[in-house]
Each structure stands twice: as C-alpha cells, then as structure tokens.
Design a protein around this ligand. Structure first.
Ligand code: ADP
Length: 446
C-alpha cells in the first residue's frame, strides 16, 4: 500500500480523499494556490506545497508544479480528485512516467471516454443502448441537416470533447439547425479547443440515471446501483438521489449488471460512472466519467462502502474486496449541492463566512471545507458544501433532509440553501415525479 499520497485538488473533495487516506494509515500531501493558503485541506494534510498563484491554470492545472511537489515530498501516488486534472490523459501518463502511481484508470481509458464520439462507439459495440444520432462527428451544416432528417427533430448538437454541459445546443426544426450547429461548434472551440460536434435525438422527458462502477486489475467489476441526477440547472446537477424513484427493481438490476459487464470487458480499473438518459422504460448511454464523482457519497450511504478507499486499493494493485452479492442496498440517500451563489440569480457570492453551523444527527453527513471566518475565494467552482442524508426509506430520508436543511446555517455570503429548502418541499419532488427539465421549468415559473 502507498505510504504517502499527494492530493492534486482543493476544497471538500481534497478533504474527502484526505479522510480516506488517514483511515488507511496513508500520509497526505496537500497542494494549494496562494489563494488557498488558509484552506482546510491544507490545514489537515500532513504536508503542503504551494504550487502557484490563484488562477487554476497557474496552480491546480500546473503539471510541472504538481509533479515537483510530489517529488520533493516523496509521495508514491497522486490522487487527482474531481475536475482539474482528473480526466486529463496526458497528466495521468506523465504521473506514471515520473514514477508515481496515478489513482485512476489507465490514460488509454481516459482518452477513449474523454472523446464522446469514440466513447459512444466503444460502448455501443459492447452492447449498451445509445441515443439515436450521428455515427461520428459532423463536418458540415448539410450533413447535420441530413442526419437530423433521419432521426427527426428536435435534435441536440453536442461537443465531442464535452463536459459541464458546454457546447450543447438544441435545434427544434430545420430553420433553427444552422444556428445551433454553429453555436455548438464555437462554444466547443472556446471551452475545449476542439470544435468537433456530433448529433443526438433530443429527448423531451428523460431522467438522468447513472451507475456507479468499480473495477480492478484482475478482471473483476461490480456496480453500486444507480443515482438519479435529474434535478439539473444548465446541465449541472443540483440534487441527486439513490435509488432512483423512477426505476423498478428489475430495471435497476439489469442496468447495473449491463454497465458492470461493460467495464469488466474493457478491463477498466478504478471507480467510474456510466451515465444514461432514461425515458419510457428505455436506457440510452450518454457518457462515461473516468473518475470519482461529486455525488459518489449517496452510493456510499446506501451501501456502506467507502468508494475512495476502494479506489486507492485498486490503484495499488489489490483485488476488489467485494463481489456483487456482497453489495447490499440499504435505504435511501439524497445529496444537495450547496453553492456560494445568490439563490435567485445564481450570481457567485464569494467572501468571508461569518457564522457556520452544519447540521448533525443520525445519518446526516456534511462534506465541506468551510469553517467560520474562512474566505471563499472568487477563483474556483462555487460549490462549498454537500449535505447528504440517509433514511431507511425515501420518506424518512425526505423528512431528515428537511430537518437538516433547516438547521444548516452559513452566514456572511449568499448560498443556495434557501433554494434547496423550497425545492424539496415541491409536490413533484416529494412524489419523485421529475425529469431533467423539471428544475429549469420550475425556475422559469417562479
Ligand atoms: P456533459 O459532458 O457536458 O456533462 P452529457 O452528455 O453528460 O454532457 O449531458 C449532460 C446533460 O445534458 C444530461 O444530464 C442531460 O440533462 C442533457 N442531455 C444530454 N444529452 C441529451 C439528449 N440527447 N437529450 C436531452 N438531453 C440531453
């Protein structure tokens, strides 16, 4: 097992990884920008190294600085966390070339899944259902038109290099297609430096269902059930729950087994998630994330498995400690992502925390790097806390969530806590009756 792991990230996820390491007896190295010198992930780590000025490209995305920090502290392995370097195949390759272990899949698997056109083709060949659409990239407006006529409007133009919902545009009819096509291309170029786009049928009322997976280097793979992440704003998840209120037991078992079989056949190592849209009883693959996900927590709550520990064990070459039948599902879990944003306008609200009281009690978990007096810097993602609750069933979980949200106090800055309090009180949410467009429609009505 590793003796020392460098955590190439910040905020709550850096803490989450630190916690798993310390429970395993592994020392941790934090890296940080000058804006994060007082951050909790720096305070709790055994050692820390400043890797550059506040902008991410000069610090958390600065490969030479991260590798140097690993060298001078004598780390054995690097955990990339979520975002930043976590899906950068070149980084994974350089980490290994410099003699460290990358806590994640092989660079080849990151590369295949990072290009969504290649990813779709790969999983389709392995038997996963995909959204009807173009076979590959689309090079001209004429080609876009002809594919759209084949599959039928509305259609969605998506960036091959996509992520975070960027470079995605809907065309409702042939008249709207040229503009959607051009906008998707230019947005993809600006966000990813790659303007390749592809086309999918735009599904009108799907749920976002994803399966948590874990594979090792010895040919084993298991799944930890599904998460429903349909409550989204601008294609970004806001609330997640497990299990999904929209699936029955047979569908759950089938999609889990199918997804686990795909990563087993790929020889995939580490944690990963296969994401689907689900409509009228059918699943459609949309992408695979080759890393830990923010919402891994709710799968942990219903299975009792520490997914980060398993991820680290697999990276160290150990076989899985779980067979599929050892993974027992227990109760229900919901996560609210709390952002430092105005809850009505969603304008970022960095600044100093004045008064902080996280909720507690049975089955309440808060993953956050906040503390009273901490200054939320303006340079990074606005998510500042995850509130995760568990209950023996969905109703108990909802009651506990309501109580925990009432207790949660974050003073000094605007947060999305008030939004969460109203969302979970909506009859549609309480009934589990929502799809990926529900939140946007709700916000537009308000
Ligand atoms: P990204 O990599 O940018 O996150 P995804 O392919 O995972 O892109 O899609 C993000 C979200 O966009 C999905 O959760 C869903 O809400 C929406 N979406 C993606 N593909 C479709 C589709 N074919 N029809 C309708 N909505 C879609």
């Amino acid at each position: 097992m590793f003796e020392k792991v460098l955590i190439a990230n910040r905020g709550e996820i850096a803490l989450r990884i630190h916690r798993a390491c310390h429970e395993m007896g592994i020392q941790t190295v934090a890296v940080h920008s000058t804006a994060d010198a007082d951050a909790m992930h720096v305070r709790l780590a055994d050692e820390s190294v400043c890797i550059g000025p506040p902008p991410s490209k000069s610090s958390y995305l600065n490969i030479p600085a991260i590798l140097t920090a690993a060298s001078i502290t004598g780390a054995d392995a690097i955990h990339p966390g979520i975002g930043f370097m976590s899906e950068n195949a070149n980084f994974a390759e350089m980490v290994e070339q410099h003699g460290f272990t990358f806590i994640g899949p092989t660079p080849e698997h990151i590369r295949i899944m990072g290009d969504k056109v290649t990813a779709k083709k790969t999983v389709k060949d392995l038997g996963l259902p995909t959204v009807p659409g173009s076979d590959g990239g689309i090079a001209t407006v004429e080609e876009a038109k002809s594919v759209a006529e084949d599959i039928g409007y509305p259609v969605l133009i998506k960036a091959a290099a996509g992520g975070g919902g960027k470079g995605m545009k809907v065309a409702r009819d042939a008249a709207g297609l040229p503009e959607a096509y051009q906008l998707a291309r230019s947005e993809a170029m600006a966000a990813f430096g790659n303007d390749e786009v592809y086309m999918e049928k735009y599904l009108e009322k799907p749920r976002h269902i994803e399966v948590q997976l874990l594979g090792d280097m010895h040919g084993n793979a298991v799944h930890f059930g599904e998460r429903d992440c349909s409550i989204q704003r601008r294609h970004q998840k806001v609330i997640e729950e497990a299990p999904s209120p929209g699936l029955n037991a047979t569908e759950r078992e089938q999609i889990g087994a199918l997804a686990a079989d795909v990563i087993r056949r790929l020889g995939y190592r580490g944690v990963g998630t296969i994401e689907f849209l689900y409509e009228n009883g059918r699943f459609y693959f949309i992408e695979m994330n080759t890393r830990l996900q923010i919402e891994h927590t709710i799968s942990e709550m219903i299975t009792g498995v520490d997914l980060v520990r398993e991820q680290i064990r697999v990276a160290a070459g150990l076989p899985l400690t779980y067979k599929q039948e050892d993974i027992v599902f227990n109760g229900h879990s919901i996560e609210c992502r709390i952002n430092a944003e105005n809850p009505e306008t969603f304008t970022p609200s960095p600044g100093q925390i004045q008064g902080y009281h996280p909720p507690g009690g049975l089955d309440v978990r808060v993953d956050s790097a906040l503390y009273d007096g901490y200054r939320v810097p303006p340079h990074y993602d606005s998510m500042i806390a995850k509130l995760i609750v568990h209950g023996t069933n969905r109703n108990e979980c909802l009651l506990r969530l309501r109580r925990a949200l009432e207790e949660f106090h974050i003073g000094g800055i605007d947060t999305t806590l008030p939004l969460h309090r109203t969302l979970i009180a909506q009859p549609d949410f309480i009934n589990g009756d929502y799809d990926i467009h529900w939140l946007e429609k709700y916000l537009a009505r308000k």
